[in-house]
Ligand binder design. Structure first.
Ligand code: AP5
Length: 210
């Protein structure tokens, strides 16, 4: 299967992508994680991307398209892949459909208030990239990764003012993709407001029926 996971920042794309990729043995391709790896390695691309990401803007199409086109040629994509965070503009979507077949685009929808709450609680493991939701006033043990023990961090682009700008950018530049894929009969929409397992169940039912 070749899938796209769409949805606003904080909708739970990364959380669900990990579950979908594991269940269907797909390569999980997160353009956000790829860019953050470039930033951590302090490459020229990483330095350029950091300033853009920290402002809550989108990295230029030509950079992202080239990254994804190369990534899906890797051997782990032979049995299928799941694109998490790509495409994000109409130009990226048109380009993708030119260089790869895509079976389905799944859009996870949640209201903005819930996004702002989830982002405020999000912590990530800088080592293994696992994502956590940490309640205010949590015990200190909850600030360490349960997989690898690293201290969890807050993403620089999860500051409330940056989150609000990312939501505006999503509405202007990425939301039009919902209609783009709907008009091609490629879109499935999923309610993302339930628990992680409920949302995963909604997604699995799309592929496996009731
Ligand atoms: P990226 O990393 O892709 O960020 P995003 O799309 O904004 O999405 P997030 O990672 O913020 O959220 P998510 O939907 O994955 O939610 P998560 O599962 O973490 O991109 C970052 C930046 O890189 C972009 O702003 C842009 O600058 C650049 N970029 C990337 N791709 C690009 C492209 N194609 N073109 C141009 N630029 C690009 O969940 C959020 C929180 O909620 C977590 O704490 C999680 O534990 C919790 N949670 C998840 N599900 C649930 C649930 N059901 N109930 C309760 N809590 C939940």
């Amino acid at each position: 299967m070749k899938l796209i996971l769409l949805g606003p920042p904080g909708a739970g794309k990364g959380t669900q992508a990990a579950k979908i990729a594991e269940r269907y043995s797909l390569a999980h391709i997160s353009t956000g994680d790829m860019l953050r790896a470039e930033i951590a390695s302090e490459t020229p691309l990483g330095k350029e991307a950091k300033a853009i990401i920290d402002r809550g803007e989108l990295v230029p199409d030509e950079i992202i398209i080239g990254m994804v086109a190369n990534r899906i040629k890797q051997p782990d994509c032979v049995n299928g892949f799941l694109l998490d965070g790509f495409p994000r503009t109409i130009a990226q979507a048109e380009s993708l459909l030119g260089f790869s077949e895509i079976d389905r685009a799944v859009c996870i929808s949640i209201p903005d208030e819930m996004i702002i709450d989830r982002m405020a609680k999000r912590r990530v493991c800088p080592a293994c990239k696992r994502t956590y939701s940490v309640e205010p006033g949590s015990r200190w043990e909850q600030f360490f990764c349960t997989e690898c023990g690293a201290r969890l961090i807050t993403r620089d682009d999860d500051k409330p003012e940056t989150v609000r700008h990312r939501l505006e950018v999503y509405a202007e530049q990425t939301y039009p993709l919902v209609e783009f894929f709907r008009s091609r009969d490629m879109l499935s929409e999923v309610d993302g407001t339930g628990t992680v397992d409920e949302v995963a169940g909604n997604i699995f039912r799309l592929f496996e029926g009731e």
